[in-house]
Design a protein around this ligand. Structure first.
Ligand code: XMP
Length: 540
């Protein structure tokens, strides 16, 4: 396994990700671990991350001496290169100008790390790399034993290598995708230079994660808020794999879920996985409090507050140990819960910028459970903190969750509450659920011949919106005066901007025909052709 020492860069997690993509297991630890820790960890290679700090100004932020004594390959990235230079006898000079962004780096000296890895060659035959740089300080004199590995006009020592000790360093960031050959470079380092086998896959990740959870939790009890969304589902499945009945999932059903969604969640977790799930049917409470409320923000606030209240009440019972523990194999000793598990994933973990030190990460307050661990006096368990969304999905599949559940479009916390415009009523929610289920079914069943993918896969998010207005229609011989729905389907990579999807007319026609025929009470279907911005994805 590979040890990544984190000096506080915002992209350290990406190093781990690229290493995982080379099927090698790695762990990220703070840069100030002890020499003893490194000896025990027994890494096959060590990678030193970048940092916001300056090697020139910050004399505290150094790699442990054992890094150089361990006898394994070391790769320094950006700050990692600078501290390598300083610690091994080279020079770094301070600069008040930052080099930031795209750069073209020339490879030198046929090192094992870069040989054969290039984006293009110059007329003179020099291998060139297209990279992403972000640094102020730079190495100005090589440490003894090192040779020049890469350069740019403004950064004459952009890479250095001591091939006897197998110490390599680059000033640019191979972990970001803007460095075209970055993945190849990191793969070369961990696979070819360090000799890691490349046999690590999600299955291996599960074993490691399970062991970690067991170690962290011991024989204590864990509560998890299950929403049916991808992240909480995968977290639940993973934690359940690790500690079985020590986990209790609380599923708050606010009555604003999609058709059959609540039952499907119960069937999967309680039925198939035999996990302990408490389903709290709070739909009457939610609908009651929402009656007469039309303002979107107010609706969101009410739903958020009730969700927290209901969850907290349930969690408090579990914490007190008063909620009997009826596991599969009968009751177990009643014991209060001490952990709250959350499906926080890496993109939710935001660096608190501005500080020089690492480990200053804070958690984005989730729309419904922010601040809960403190309020409840529970310890946090976040087993997905290091994973990106697509890795979470792969993990879910490896844990045996159904593909369709794991590759679902995102669904907002307030659920149908923000997809029924204005006042939320049970009647509206029931009509909307049925119309939406038809739309989703048609998306899943319509295959695009050019790509072989379904339109569900070709869109990032698709759903139906209920408009509480009536329009006139004709059905058979009769006049109808019924509600209108809007179909919404968008394509986006980050949900910050989005284009409406050019769904096939034939599919829209089929969907509209089915909704009007099968859902009595709706007589008109429209398609939303607004992009974001200026529209948002949801209508409220
Ligand atoms: P908008 O409508 O702002 O949505 O373009 C962007 C993405 O965020 C989702 N969304 C939410 N998710 N709680 C959530 O968990 C919310 O309150 C919420 N509001 C919007 C939306 O579905 C889309 O994916």
């Amino acid at each position: 396994k590979v040890l990544i020492l984190d000096f506080g860069s915002q992209v350290t997690q990406l190093i781990a990700r690229r290493v995982r993509e080379a099927q090698v297991y790695s762990e990220i630890h703070p840069n100030d671990v002890s020499d003893e820790f490194i000896r025990e960890f027994n890494p096959k290679a060590i990678i030193l991350s970048g940092s916001h700090a300056s090697t020139y100004e910050d004399h505290e932020l150094r790699a442990p001496a054992q890094v150089w004594a361990q006898g394994v390959p070391v790769l320094g990235i950006c700050y990692g290169m600078q501290t390598m230079a300083v610690q091994l006898g080279g020079t770094v000079s301070w600069s008040d100008t930052r080099e930031f962004g795209y750069a073209e780096v020339r490879a030198h000296g046929h090192t094992q790390l870069l040989s054969g890895i290039e984006d293009f060659a110059t007329a003179e035959g020099h291998g060139m790399l297209k990279v992403w740089m972000s640094h102020g300080d730079k190495v100005t004199a090589l440490p003894p034993g090192f040779k020049l590995m890469a350069s740019t006009p403004s950064c004459p020592i952009a890479g250095m290598a001591d091939e006897v000790r197998r110490f390599y360093a680059v000033q640019f960031h191979p972990e970001v995708t803007h460095t075209v050959q970055g993945e190849a470079l990191l793969r070369r380092f961990v696979r070819d230079i360090a000799g890691c086998k490349g046999d690590w896959q999600m299955g291996g990740y599960i074993d490691e994660a399970v062991a970690k959870i067991r170690e962290q939790v011991g024989d204590e009890e864990v509560i998890l808020g299950l929403s049916g969304g991808v992240d909480s589902s995968v977290a639940a499945a993973l934690i359940h794999r690790a500690i079985g009945d020590q986990l209790t999932c609380v599923f708050v059903d606010h009555g604003l879920l999609r058709l059959n969604e609540g039952d499907a969640v119960m069937e999967m977790f309680a039925g198939k996985l035999h996990a302990r799930v408490i389903r709290v049917d709070a739909s009457e409470l939610f609908l009651g409090e929402l009656a007469g409320v039309t303002d979107p923000e107010q609706k969101r606030k009410i739903i958020g507050r009730l969700f927290v209240d209901v969850f907290k009440a349930e969690a408090a019972k579990l914490k007190a140990g008063t909620e009997g523990h009826k596991g599969e194999n009968g009751s177990r000793a009643v014991k209060g819960a001490t952990f709250l598990a959350q499906g926080t994933i890496y993109p939710d973990v935001v660096e608190s910028g501005g500080t020089k030190t690492k480990k200053a990460t804070t958690i984005k307050s989730h729309h419904n459970v922010g601040g809960l661990p403190e309020q409840l006096g529970l310890k946090l368990l976040e087993p997905l903190r290091e994973l990106f969304k697509d890795e979470v999905r792969a993990l879910g599949v490896a844990l045996g969750l159904p593909h369709d559940m794991v590759y679902r479009h995102p669904f907002p916390g307030p659920g149908l509450g923000v997809r029924i415009l204005g006042e939320v009523k049970k009647e509206y929610a029931d009509l909307l659920r049925r119309a939406d289920a038809i739309f989703i079914e048609e998306l899943r069943n319509t295959i695009d011949p050019a790509t072989g993918k379904s339109w569900y896969e070709l869109t990032s998010q698709a759903f139906t919106v209920f408009l509480p207005v009536k329009s006139v229609g004709v059905m058979g011989d009769g006049r109808t005066y019924d509600y209108v729905v809007a179909l919404r389907a968008v394509q986006t990579s980050d949900f910050m901007t989005a284009d409406w999807a050019e769904l096939p007319y034939a599919m829209l026609k089929r969907t509209s025909g089915r909704i009007i025929n099968e859902v009595r009470g709706i007589n008109r279907v429209t398609y939303d052709v607004s992009s974001k911005p200026p529209a948002t994805i949801e209508w409220e």
